[in-house]
Design a protein around this ligand. Structure first.
Ligand SMILES: [Zn+2]
Length: 309
């Protein structure tokens, strides 16, 4: 269901039709589940099962057939959607043996940390795994009703948890984070986190607070972290970031004045970079060794997009 123009970010542009209308239709779901084409992605504590590979080889999701997931019958199941006419599901495999040591998944794949796989995964697989990881993690952390404390149960094909005791319905959460590059003429403001290596810089970022607009959050973060005042804020694009459930909202913010007042609790340093030097910061060839965020980070795409304007 990708839209044009394509979003440049890792985890964006899912190839799936989420087919939300079947989530509340048990008969339709059962038919999809028993379809010969149905496939299941398996994750273990957020680590996807990928086809066996050497460390530097391309990676791909190890899609299992129904007959290969019998031992997962009691684990949480998510309906991911349809890839053409192929129904796709995801399941949690925390209780199964590591396939390297044997057990029912032996020979079917390997579990790897998702971030370490990003340089090797097709874009569509990364987007599907963002959906699967965020949802399965939400279930793992929300087993009890936030209203009355009783155990809740999975419903709506994995998109809701219901409390049998008080009838409350709980929906998966997404936590929005604003990430912004302050700009002044042809210069851009980047910061270095308190614990980061000496030459590493990136966009500033912070959680959107309740009752706040995106524009207000961007202005507040720039003021709090760097002491600069935003005069205009422009949304560029967003990135699902399933560690565990963020949505990164990338913005450009024109600021009134370049004078910085850095919050040393948040940042070790903030600095203005000229548009002409940022490509070297991004690709690691800057003469002063400044280094930007990696391509799979939305901050990289945000800085790159500003350089191209
Ligand atoms: Zn309850």
């Amino acid at each position: 269901m990708a839209i044009r123009p394509l979003n440049p970010n890792t985890f964006a542009n899912s190839p799936l039709d989420r087919a939300g209308h079947v989530r509340h239709d048990e008969a339709a779901l059962a038919a999809l589940r028993s379809n010969d084409n149905a496939r299941v992605a398996v994750l273990r504590d957020g680590r996807p099962l990928v086809a066996p590979r050497a460390p530097t080889d391309a990676a791909q999701i190890a899609w299992l057939k129904a007959g290969q997931t019998e031992k997962l019958a009691h684990s949480v199941e998510i309906f991911l959607g349809l890839d053409g006419d192929v129904p796709l599901f995801a399941r949690e495999a925390t209780h199964l043996m590591d396939p390297r040591e044997g057990g029912p998944l032996a020979g079917l794949g390997e579990f790897h940390e998702l971030r370490s796989l990003l340089p090797f995964l097709p874009a569509g697989d990364a987007a599907i795994l963002a959906q699967a990881r965020a949802l399965l993690d939400w279930h793992a952390r929300h087993g009890f009703c936030a209203k009355c404390g009783n155990a809740s149960v999975v419903s709506q094909a994995g998109y809701r948890r219901d409390c049998p005791a008080c009838k409350a319905e709980h929906f998966p959460r997404t936590d929005p984070v604003v990430i912004m590059v302050g700009t002044c003429g042809d210069e851009a403001l980047l910061g270095r986190g308190a614990q980061w290596p000496q030459h590493r810089f990136s966009a500033l970022a912070g959680f959107l607070e309740p009752g706040e607009t995106i524009e207000e959050a961007v202005a507040r973060e720039l003021e709090e972290e760097a002491g600069v005042r935003a005069v205009s804020v422009r949304y560029l694009f967003s990135q699902p970031w399933p560690f565990p459930s963020n949505l990164m909202i990338a913005c450009l913010a024109e600021v009134a004045d370049k004078t910085l007042k850095v919050d040393s609790d948040e940042l070790a340093e903030a600095r203005w970079f000229k548009k002409s030097e940022l490509p070297q910061v991004l690709n690691g060839t800057h003469p002063d060794k400044f280094l930007g965020p990696p391509p799979f980070a939305v901050a990289h795409q945000l800085i790159k997009a500003w350089c191209e304007t």
